[in-house]
Design a protein around this ligand. Structure first.
Ligand code: SF4
Length: 269
């Protein structure tokens, strides 16, 4: 019997995690273990980055709601710079209906596939634009983003579930595009066009990945990563693997993606 419960929700975050380390996926998303307490109460550099990224997402969200954002800007200079970048060099987004912090899920392979969007834009001409705010220090890489689980899951879920936002005609894959905007690199947005062939490729990729995960039968089947030097030193679950002292590092973007903002819409069908 599969160790993945029937009500499990697959997301870009968990699929990315499985690729990084199947055991870490099992500990975090199947067993839902809390990671051990940090060895120090002082904020690490990594903690500060996560909090800053969360604060930036909160700023953009508050601005979208028409709320005052200045109190949050007192937090630190880097956050102020990101906000300047956002206000001076914002992404070139189309007019239309802008929805912020929307969660959408669709059935897939007997489970659910979920995407949590920073922003969705529906234009009067029937286009749909997905926007994602990135606060990583690394510059954007087109091919890496195009091949990412985030692009795959977010576009697929929107194409399959869009009509349930308004009860209108479904949006075809060719009408969907994805804009990644980087707070550190505001003049280098990455725009990815989705289309029917891409959609079928993503569907097959998702089927393969989810079937592979759900066919695992024992905890030992969720093997430890083969890239121990890269993944383990920064893993918050390393004490469960007897990999030395408790780690405290967290993938910044991944943690930001899992923030539970109050979604304006949570839609399932
Ligand atoms: S310590 Fe390494 S092997 Fe263990 S869960 Fe973390 S990444 Fe995987």
């Amino acid at each position: 019997m599969s160790l993945i419960p029937d009500q499990f929700q697959f997301s870009q975050s968990c699929l990315t995690l499985f690729d990084q380390c199947p055991r870490k996926f099992y500990l975090r998303d199947v067993k839902k273990l809390a990671w051990p307490a940090p060895v120090t109460h002082q904020l690490t550099e990594q903690d500060a980055k996560i909090r800053r990224g969360q604060a930036f997402h909160q700023l953009v969200y508050q601005e979208a709601l028409g709320l005052e954002v200045s109190p949050l800007l007192q937090q630190d200079e880097k956050l102020k710079q990101w906000w300047v970048n956002y206000t001076v060099t914002p992404p070139d987004l189309p007019a239309g209906e802008h929805l912020s912090e929307v969660e959408l899920s669709v059935p897939f392979e007997g489970y659910r596939l979920t995407a949590k969007y920073d922003r969705l834009i529906f234009t009067p001409s029937g286009e749909a634009v997905i926007v994602d705010w990135k606060t990583s220090e690394s510059p954007p890489k087109y091919n890496q983003l195009k091949e990412s689980w985030q692009t795959a899951v977010y576009c697929y879920v929107l194409a399959e579930g869009s009509q349930h936002l308004y009860g209108e005609t479904a949006i075809s894959p060719a009408q969907i595009s994805f804009v990644y905007w980087y707070a550190e690199y505001p003049a280098q947005p990455v725009v990815i066009a989705y289309h029917e062939t891409f959609h079928q490729h993503v569907k097959a990729k998702l089927q393969n990945a989810i079937q592979k995960i759900t066919q695992l039968r024992t905890e030992a089947d969720f093997t430890k990563t083969e890239k121990k030097d890269k993944e383990c030193p920064q893993c918050q679950y390393r004490s469960y693997c007897r990999q030395g002292e408790v780690g405290h590092g967290i993938d910044v973007e991944d943690d930001i993606e899992t923030i539970d903002f109050i979604a304006l819409a949570e839609i399932e069908f």
